[in-house]
Every structure is written in structure tokens, then in C-alpha cells.
Design a protein around this ligand. Structure first.
Ligand SMILES: [Zn+2]
Length: 425
């Protein structure tokens, strides 16, 4: 039975990691795959879930860190009965949140020839064409390629500066490949800063400099469009192999060098989605990002915000501990609260805020911790965008604009509060 299950389970995975060249890649489909949300109450259930994961290679979408959390898993049609039986036996509470994953993905299908707008998701080319066009049209935008990805794609940056002497706010997008809402939101915000007629947004655009890297992980992002929608890491072969061949990628938001190597299940399993590398600072994409951040004079960048999905959180440092807190933690909480209050106004979306080690789980190597701990930027955070688990990583494209609107509102609240707190002094 176990072997049969293993064979059934690895079929889609074998397709997900083709050994052939990039030219004949086959896109993975998820027809009739269900997404289950499991609530794991205790350590014993967590261990049992890990066993299911190891036995039949179900695709677990969230880092399995500890009990007291919900986890989403994807199960193909042939295994659903078995998994449901197993969950019932183990008394793990679950619900099916997506009945047919492919149908849901098809609703947000990407048109390769589309122009940039914020009602659908776009390819890397469409996003970069828009960036180039905006850069060409506005003198106050300075656009720079900060480095190349492992597969040789540009990592582009945009710096908006309308006034000498401003302090800067840094916006980081799509370090995790599958989180398309991240780059969609970061570009939405940049577009507001450039083109919005809202006087408050224009004031923020005048009084602060904005540095935006909308796509930290272009290789992974292209891979999610062309091959495997559920890819998270970059695409560098990481030296390990499994039954499907070479294992690819490092979770780049686990690879930054600040208290690196802390807890987090599977962070050291090279074939898993959360592999943080053999050592910190190994990936060309984050090294490019780090040297770009370091190229500005100390004290210029005063806020660093990394955008992710999902859960509606403003996660503050630190990630590596839930007993040690940053020196200005109370101040950061007040600023995050201002984001949360303002972001809830347009549509009522609630954002929870606090130290990531406390709210989420203890895990190290994230950009926000490096920006705070190494670069001494006084307000840093990870914003986990919509939703709270209804669609999870598969947020339909018809929510992009609403997410943009609520995050823009939150950002105004955050910047004004940070100014009041002296972050930009
Ligand atoms: Zn993420």
C-alpha cells in the first residue's frame, strides 16, 4: 500500500521537477486536486501530519512549525479518500477549502499579451515593460538593474525621489515565487505614488523617497507561470537529489544572515519548499538585494517592508526568538497598529501585528530581520497580504485592486505614524 501511494503521489511531483532542459517543460495541472485546511491541535497530531507528508508526499503549503496553527495541504483525486480517512482516524479537524484547484487557478489565468493593470496577474515581461515605461516617462524615477538571477534574469529596481534630503522607504516584492499578490501590490503602490491624484498619496510621494524592488525572485516567478504554479524558492540546483532528480532552489526569505539557522521545521531539508540553504547569504538574488540596500548611505532608508502572502499580518522583528524583542519593539507595534487601523477602513480587512516569532513561529533568515538587525533600519516588517485562508496562496485576481487599495490606506497610516514617532528624523 505504501509503495502504491508513493507512486501515485510522486506522479505530479515528477512532472513538477522535470529533468529535461527548459524548452520542453510541461506545465503541471491540478484538475480535481482539493485543498484541505487542517487544524493541528497538539504535537502528536503534528508528528502524524509529518508522517503523512513523508509517506505520500502530499503538497503541504505552509511551513510545519508547531501546533495551534492551520495548515493547508493539496491532495490529488486518487489520494483524497485515503487522506480523509487518515485525518478522521487521527481526529484532525479539517475542511476542504478548494474543491478543484485547477478550476480556481483558471479563474486567474494570465494573458501573456496583456498590458499592466491591477485586475489580473501578469507575466514578468508585462511587469518589467510597465516599469521601463514609467521610468522613461518620469525624470524623478531612477531605474537600475541591481543584479541578475541565477538563470540570468534582471532584478530591477525603481527609486522615486522628488526632493533632496528625503528619507526613504523600501518596498520588497515577490521573494517567494508563488505569492503573485506581492508584486501585484508593490506595483499597485508604486503606480499610486506616481500617478494617483489623491493629495495624501502625492504628499507621501513628495516628502519621502521610495525604493522598490518588485521582483526579487524572477526565476521562481517565471517558473510559477510556465511550469509549477506552487513554486516558492528560487531555481538554483541546490546540490541535493530525490526520486524526481535534482532538487532546486533555496527559500530566499530563510537565507539572510541574521541569527541564521534558527528553528523551523524542514529548513534544512534541501528538497523541501522551506530549505534555507546550507549556509546564509548563498543566493545571488539576495546578495544583489543586500548590496543594493547597502549602496545607500547609512540612515537614509528608514523603513523596509517585505510583501508576502497570506494571513493578514504585519510581522515585526524578530523571527528567531519569541522571548527576545527589538529595543524599539513597542514603537514598532504602534506604527504597525496605525497600518492595521487604516488598512481596515476600505473593506474591513483585519491585520494582526506583532513580532513574527510570537505571532507566526520561530524562524530565522528573513529580510525584515536582516534589515533591522544588520542594516539598523528602525522600522521593518513583513506584510502578509490577503486573505486569512479562504483562498490562501491562490487569491483570485479580482481581489488585486481591493488589496492594493487597503494596503495603500494602511501605508498612509503607517508612514504618518512613523513620522510622528520620529522614525524619519
Ligand atoms: Zn512569502
Amino acid at each position: 500500500m505504501r509503495l502504491l501511494l508513493l507512486l501515485l503521489a510522486i506522479l505530479p511531483l515528477a512532472m513538477a521537477a522535470p529533468k529535461s532542459s527548459t524548452t520542453d517543460r510541461l506545465a503541471v495541472r491540478y484538475d480535481y486536486f482539493k485543498v484541505y485546511s487542517l487544524f493541528i491541535e497538539n504535537e502528536q497530531q503534528l508528528e502524524e501530519l509529518k508522517e503523512i507528508y513523508e509517506d505520500i508526499s502530499v503538497h503541504v503549503l505552509n511551513e510545519l512549525a508547531g501546533p495551534g496553527h492551520s495548515y493547508n495541504i493539496i491532495v490529488g483525486p486518487l489520494l483524497q479518500k485515503y487522506v480523509e480517512g487518515k485525518l478522521n482516524d487521527l481526529k484532525i479537524i479539517y475542511k476542504v477549502i478548494v474543491e478543484d484547484l485547477q478550476k480556481l487557478l483558471d479563474k486567474s489565468a494570465v494573458d501573456k499579451d496583456s498590458q499592466m493593470e491591477w485586475e489580473s496577474y501578469h507575466t514578468l515581461d508585462t511587469i518589467y515593460d510597465w516599469v521601463d515605461k514609467e521610468c522613461a516617462a518620469h525624470d524623478y524615477l531612477e531605474c537600475k538593474v541591481i543584479g541578475q538571477s541565477y538563470e540570468g534574469r534582471d532584478i530591477k529596481s525603481i527609486r522615486l525621489s522628488k526632493r533632496e534630503g528625503n528619507k526613504a522607504i523600501f518596498l520588497e516584492g515577490n521573494i517567494h515565487a508563488m505569492e503573485w499578490i506581492s508584486s501585484a501590490t508593490v506595483t499597485f503602490l508604486l503606480n499610486e505614488l506616481i500617478n494617483s491624484e489623491d493629495p495624501e498619496m502625492q504628499r507621501l510621494s513628495e516628502e519621502y523617497d521610495w525604493i522598490v524592488v518588485p521582483m526579487v525572485n524572477p526565476d521562481g516567478f517565471v517558473y510559477t507561470h510556465e511550469v509549477e504554479r506552487l513554486w516558492r524558492k528560487n531555481r538554483r540546483p541546490n546540490g541535493a537529489t530525490n526520486s524526481s532528480g535534482l532538487c532546486y532552489g533555496i527559500d530566499m526569505n530563510r537565507n539572510f544572515d541574521y541569527h541564521w539557522g534558527g528553528a523551523g521545521w524542514n529548513i534544512d531539508e534541501p528538497c523541501d519548499h522551506w530549505f534555507g540553504g546550507d549556509e546564509p547569504n548563498t543566493e545571488i538574488e539576495i546578495l544583489s538585494l543586500q548590496s543594493f540596500v547597502s549602496s545607500f548611505e547609512d540612515g537614509y532608508i528608514r523603513s523596509y517592508m517585505a510583501f508576502h502572502a497570506y494571513g493578514q499580518y504585519v510581522l515585526l522583528p524578530y523571527g528567531h526568538s519569541n522571548t527576545e524583542f527589538p529595543p524599539n519593539y513597542e514603537q514598532m507595534k504602534r506604527i504597525a497598529a496605525a497600518f492595521s487601523d487604516a488598512a481596515s477602513e476600505p473593506y474591513g480587512s483585519a491585520f494582526t501585528y506583532g513580532a513574527s516569532g510570537l505571532l507566526n513561529y520561530v524562524v530565522s533568515g528573513a529580510a525584515k530581520d536582516w534589515a533591522y538587525g544588520v542594516k539598523n533600519i528602525p522600522f521593518t516588517c513583513t506584510v502578509e497580504l490577503r486573505d486569512k485562508g479562504t483562498y490562501g496562496f491562490f487569491l483570485p485576481s479580482n481581489q488585486i485592486t481591493e488589496v492594493g487599495v487597503e494596503v495603500a490606506a494602511g501605508l498612509k497610516g503607517l508612514v504618518n505614524k512613523a513620522a510622528e514617532e520620529g522614525i524619519f528624523d
